[in-house]
Design a protein around this ligand. Structure first.
Ligand code: GLU
Length: 797
């Protein structure tokens, strides 16, 4: 849409703002033709502050600002003619090189000072115009010097249009210095989709780039570089556009990408901030709509805006000098585009501007003898974790590049470095750490997997901001060091050889593995234990009925029986009442009989013991007393026996075949084994304890009892008389699901599972990640207190 705003500051307004002044001022009209509203505002503000800066000066600039469409050359032409007719003493703008050529040709003919601030590739030495923009070739030297300082052997220049490529033309000369320079153009026809081109560039494997793109596409290019995974710590960029600092670069500052750029204005400079603030206030007072939001922080100010302010200042000071030197006033005259007239003083001003040097917002403004801006400084900036930092300075005149980059601190390393990277995470299919999702629909990518470790990685990626792709370790081997070949296998090898960035499963941290890879802090604590069938109830035995009493009780009972029988026999002999007449009809019997013979005594006590009684009845007091005591004793014994027997019959006696590893190792009936090459087996291999050595030699002698996976071990325990040595966390998971299985004994050691990553390249400081599950809350608290970990993921399971 055609966009036009015309802003004119009236004399009255200026006079009002300036306050009363008795002095007779020499008015100089200056014309500004811009296509950006902010440029127009900056132009007017600069004229106003120049007038105010030198209150004693007799010069007063009156700006006439015209905002025209960028490529509207005809409009630029007619506006220039109108301004000349008004009698302007100088003409600023426009930014478009195409329109600017028209304006310049008129100004040349009319000898009107023409001041440009845009990057002009066609500017020739000794042109009559004054261009404050550093010459593109001069700037190109800066990027050449940077490439050389960084000792890049192969440079890929990514550019969007010819102008951008011309801006780095001197780098192309590196080809002659045995360095490789490759140029790649980003096709813009494809409605801003640079991804295919960037993906192709990525596939070449180059990591050092000069990014020469215009601000129209720069933001999108950076975004898409990130999308295709080219914003990681292996990539380095030199960005040639001096306005890049006005973009929000925070999305790229955590990935560790080396981004270097230059800047000509310092947004923290007081004058730059003042200009930004004035533009903001001006916009607010006029309610000017611009493409930017109304708030205008200084870091968002593009350098051409500052160049316009500098141009006005230079113009003012030149006029001031001339009027002081010549001691006479310079008067601008109205000129017509259709007449052959010109302004005599014009070239004087133009030439004087080229010989003057002033300190502006863009640093020292000085021109070489042929009219190119020279002796300017560019700050070298690098994107760090804290944002943009100045790491050096380059001077155009001396071609001196001073890099004084502060030492990179490693303290904040890590967590940020994996930001935005796509990591390959290797897992094994092992319950419950990594499992295939059971579903009726076909799943692809990471959705195919579920499990504890899958959740850990997902949560970590949310916290640390990385992407990930799961790959499976097909043989399910975690990693064993082969003493013969000196090589690792399994997941550890994959990580060591860089095929995977992270390895996660029930991967035990062992001192041996620590020598090969880096581990994070353990996310789960465990120990070795034994998985075996639950103890079974014993079959009822033949002599079950004796179990209520111990053998001694039975013996003592028998002894008491005989003693009591003997006592009754003796008492019966001694007691007269026990001697009875065998024939009651005979008054004077020849003999008496005694019922408590030895046989009867034994029978009598036995009858009482069995609670059956007998036909024998004690008659004398002594035998009756003895019988009573015996009956009482029998009553207690029988009651105790009956009660105990009932209890014994109801309680199931469970038989445990072994209680611990010692008992397991010392028997032959139950076979046992562990996972082949696993941390459990290796624990026995490396142990010095004789009992563990015995276990290890059993394992070595029975390779058929060693299994490939935990699942196979569990199956063996269920179906055979087999004990499986495995890790307690997995035992816990298995026993919750297989009711016939149980853990036997306690933990033999204490260790943990952790995430493994390649040694040395660990971007994540191992101590910076701690993962804990809720029932290890105590561990979490402890670690937090001791400052061991920065990141915690607590799973509620
Ligand atoms: N967690 C073990 C390892 O990392 C595997 C299982 C085991 O040995 O019990 O090797």
């Amino acid at each position: 849409m055609y966009f036009k705003v015309s802003l004119i500051i009236s004399f009255v307004l200026i006079n009002l703002l300036k306050g009363e002044s008795d002095r007779q001022k020499q008015i100089y009209k200056v014309g500004g033709i811009f296509s950006n509203v902010d440029h127009g505002i900056a132009f007017e503000i600069a004229a106003f502050s120049a007038n105010n800066k030198y209150p004693w000066s007799e010069i007063e600039l009156v700006p006439f600002t015209h905002i025209i469409a960028y490529q509207h050359a005809l409009k630029a032409y007619s506006t220039t003619c109108n301004l000349l007719r008004d009698g302007v003493a100088g003409l600023f703008g426009p930014s478009s090189e195409f329109s600017s050529a028209y304006v310049q040709s008129i100004c040349d003919a009319k000898e009107i000072p023409h001041v440009e601030t845009h990057c002009n590739f066609n500017i020739r030495r000794n042109d009559s115009l004054v261009n404050l923009h550093p010459h593109p070739r001069s700037l190109s030297n800066l990027f050449l010097d940077l490439v050389e300082a960084y000792r890049w052997q192969k440079v890929v220049i990514i550019y969007d249009n010819d102008e951008s490529l011309l801006g780095v033309s001197t780098i192309l000369g590196l080809n002659k210095k045995e360095k490789v320079v490759v140029i790649k153009q980003l096709e813009t026809q494809d409605s801003g989709n640079f991804r295919p081109a960037l993906t192709t560039i990525k596939a070449t494997g180059n990591t050092e780039f000069v990014l020469a793109c215009s601000m129209d596409v720069m933001e999108e290019v950076l975004k898409q570089l990130q999308q295709v995974g080219m914003m990681t710590d292996i990539y380095s960029y030199i960005i040639t556009n001096l306005d890049v600092q006005t973009l929000d670069l925070s999305p790229y500052q955590y990935a560790g990408t080396n981004i270097t750029l230059g800047r000509i204005i310092d947004p923290e400079d007081t004058e730059v901030m003042q200009l930004a603030e004035s533009i903001y206030k001006f916009r607010k007072s006029r309610e000017v709509n611009t493409e930017d939001e109304v708030l205008f922080p200084s870091w968002k100010m593009r350098y051409e805006t500052a160049l316009i302010a500098d141009a006005v200042q230079l113009f003012y000071e030149t006029l001031y000098d001339l009027t002081i030197d010549k001691k006479k006033s310079i008067t601008a005259t109205p000129l017509s585009c259709h007449e052959d007239s010109s302004w005599n003083e014009g070239y004087t001003i133009t030439n004087s501007m080229k010989t003057k040097s002033v300190k502006g917002l863009t640093g020292l403004i000085r021109f070489d003898t042929e009219g190119f801006r020279s002796d300017f400084n560019i700050d070298i900036m690098e994107l760090s974790l804290g944002g943009l930092i100045t790491v050096g300075q380059w001077n155009s005149l001396r071609r001196s590049l001073n890099i004084y980059r502060p030492e990179k601190t490693s303290t904040r390393s890590g967590v940020e470095n994996i930001f935005n990277r796509t990591l390959t995470v290797i897992i094994t299919i092992s319950q419950p750490y990594g499992m295939l999702t059971e579903t009726t629909t076909q799943l692809v990518g990471n959705d195919r997997f579920e499990g504890f470790c899958i959740d850990v990685i997902r949560e970590l990626s949310h916290i640390l901001g990385f992407n990930y792709t799961f790959v499976i370790q097909e043989d399910g081997v975690n990693g064993v060091f082969n003493l013969t070949t000196g090589l690792w296998n399994g997941m550890i090898r994959e990580v060591m050889e860089g095929r995977a960035d992270l390895a996660i499963t029930d991967l035990t941290v062992t001192s041996e593995r620590e020598t090969a890879v880096d581990f994070t802090m353990p996310f789960m604590n465990l120990g070795i234990s034994i998985l075996y069938k639950k103890p079974e109830p014993a079959p009822p035995s033949l002599f079950m009925f004796v179990s209520p009493f111990s053998a001694m009780v039975w013996i003592m009972l028998g002894v008491s029986y005989f003693i009591v029988s003997l006592c009754i026999f003796v008492m019966g002999r001694l007691a007269p009442a026990e001697w009875q007449n065998p024939y009651p009809c005979v008054d004077e019997p020849e003999f008496l009989v005694n019922q408590f013979s030895i046989r009867n005594s034994l029978w009598f006590t036995m009858g009482a013991l069995m609670q059956q009684g007998s036909e024998l009845a004690p008659i004398s007091i002594s035998t009756r007393a003895a019988s009573g005591v015996w009956w009482l004793f029998v009553l207690i014994m029988v009651s105790s026996y009956t009660a105990n027997l009932a209890a014994f019959l109801t309680v199931e006696t469970l038989v445990t075949s072994f209680k611990d590893i010692e008992e397991l190792a010392s028997q032959d009936e139950i076979k046992f084994g562990a996972k082949k090459g696993g941390a459990t087996a290796n624990y026995f291999r490396d142990s010095n304890l004789s009992i563990y050595q015995k276990v290890w030699s059993y394992m070595v002698n029975h390779p058929e009892l060693m299994v490939d996976t935990n699942e196979e071990g569990v199956r063996k325990v269920e179906t055979e008389n087999y004990a499986f040595l495995m890790e307690s966390t997995t035992i816990e998971y298995v026993t919750e699901r297989h009711c016939s299985l149980a853990q036997v004994g306690g933990l033999l050691d204490d260790k943990g599972y952790a995430i493994a990553m390649k040694k040395g390249i660990a971007n994540v400081q191992a101590s910076e990640i701690c993962i804990a599950i809720s029932y290890f809350e105590k561990y979490v608290e402890e670690s937090l207190k001791k400052g061991r970990c920065n990141v915690f993921i607590i799973f509620n399971i």
